[in-house]
Unconditional design. Structure first.
Length: 408
């Protein structure tokens, strides 16, 4: 008699939920255990800084699957359960309390954790980080009673929560160490557009600043002291200074780790029966020719399914280009591609960026490395094809909205 292998997924995240779904869709009928340390079934994170934070989306809409999906598909969902160690040699995970759970194949979808500020006052009441569902709910409640919010960090989370705070009628001061928001991600040409966008909507954006202290009274935050000594008054302080891969379990288990869990293009780790997907995975990308760790929704959603197929023995390769989107005020954008540490040489705009309806392309050596469409739709696929093709393009044709992208 033979028995079906047992699969364990550590991380009840979007990637984990999509992996469980793909396993069932691919016909796997063996035991699947999905373990998460939160009390909620897997949910999607983009609404936490967008619609849900602004109160225009229902709570139920954030979850990956309906409430009964896991039982209906015979996926054992263990919530509020902490995995304290991995034992790849014994093919077991160790749970809080010492219980061990065996597996034949293990998938790690443990995501990432917010980076913390370490200045005096960081532990005051009223200082918030946004990563989990409760964080979004606490921030929304704080917005309802506050009048002034200071946001430390003008990355995607900082910008989206600034837009949400302005929608709630708050005075917003946005503090950024670099000279422009998103400078490292987008470069000066496009980052400047986001700075202008937020200033037009009444945000007090201060760039090139450092934070030395969070001030408080009776245990509650009252402001942010900058390196130059200026104090920004605030009823609420929101910190968005980036995230780090939650790879401690893998590191302590002896798996290869470097800027996340190192995996190949099949999402297999240095142990043949352990896989990783989502924010925590530093995956080799065959098209880009390097390892890439992507901290965005689409990557987690897609990699979970690829990992599931690999676990089943299929020759699945993850070669999708990085993609992300953002909504801020009346601006909606999608970004496809990857610039990398080598950088870009030029930015080409198709359309007038001042009109907030345009496409920006980043190029090097005449090739399109990435494209971002702003309030311009149905162009994600041709942008993806342009980047994937890796060939030189005519810059005049790239700028001209009359020339179809499919023809470049």
């Amino acid at each position: 008699m033979t028995t079906s292998p047992s699969f364990v997924i550590v991380g009840a995240s979007l990637a984990g939920a999509k992996a469980a779904q793909a396993l069932r869709e691919e016909g796997f009928d063996g035991p699947i255990t999905l373990i998460g340390d939160e009390p909620h079934r897997p949910y999607e994170r983009p609404p936490l800084s967008k619609d849900y934070l602004q109160g225009v989306s229902e709570r139920e809409n954030v979850f990956v699957h309906p409430d009964g999906w896991y039982a209906e598909h015979h996926v054992e969902l263990r919530l509020s359960t902490e995995v304290t160690a991995l034992d790849p040699g014994a093919h077991q995970v160790v749970l809080a309390g010492g219980d061990r759970l065996g597996y034949d194949k293990l998938l790690l979808t443990t995501g990432s954790i917010p980076r913390r500020v370490t200045v005096p006052g960081a532990g005051l009441e009223g200082v918030h980080y946004l990563r989990r569902l409760e964080d979004s709910e606490h921030i929304r409640a704080a917005f309802a009673t506050a009048s002034r919010v200071a946001i430390i960090g003008a990355g995607w989370i900082g910008l989206e929560t600034a837009a949400a705070a302005r929608a709630a009628g708050l005075e917003v001061t946005l503090l950024e160490a670099a000279e422009l928001p998103l400078l490292r991600v987008l470069g000066a040409e496009v980052a400047r557009l986001f700075a202008d966008l937020h200033r037009r909507h009444g945000v007090d954006l201060r760039t090139g600043v450092t934070v030395s202290e969070l001030t408080g009274d009776a245990g509650r935050v009252t402001g942010v002291r900058l390196g130059a000594g200026t104090v920004v008054d605030a009823d609420v302080v929101l910190v968005g200074v980036g995230i780090a891969p939650n790879d401690a379990l893998a590191r302590e288990a002896g798996l290869d780790v470097g800027n996340g869990i190192t995996v190949d293009e099949h999402l297999r780790t240095s142990h043949p029966d352990v896989y990783a997907a989502g924010d925590v995975a530093n995956a080799y990308h065959p098209l880009l020719g390097q390892h890439v760790r992507v901290e965005h929704w689409a990557n987690a959603r897609r990699q979970g399914a690829t990992a599931a197929k690999t676990m089943l023995g299929h020759d699945a390769v993850y070669d999708r280009l990085p993609y992300f989107f953002s909504d801020q005020y009346d601006l909606s954008m999608e970004y496809t591609g990857y610039i990398g540490s080598a950088g870009y040489e030029t930015v080409v705009f198709r359309g007038d960026p001042a009109s907030t309806e345009f496409i920006a392309f980043w190029l090097a050596g005449g090739r399109v490395l990435a494209g971002m469409n702003v309030n311009t739709w149905d162009v994600t696929e041709p942008i993806d094809m342009l980047v994937a093709a890796g060939r030189s393009v005519d810059l005049d044709a790239l700028r001209d909205p009359k020339v179809p992208l499919h023809g470049l």
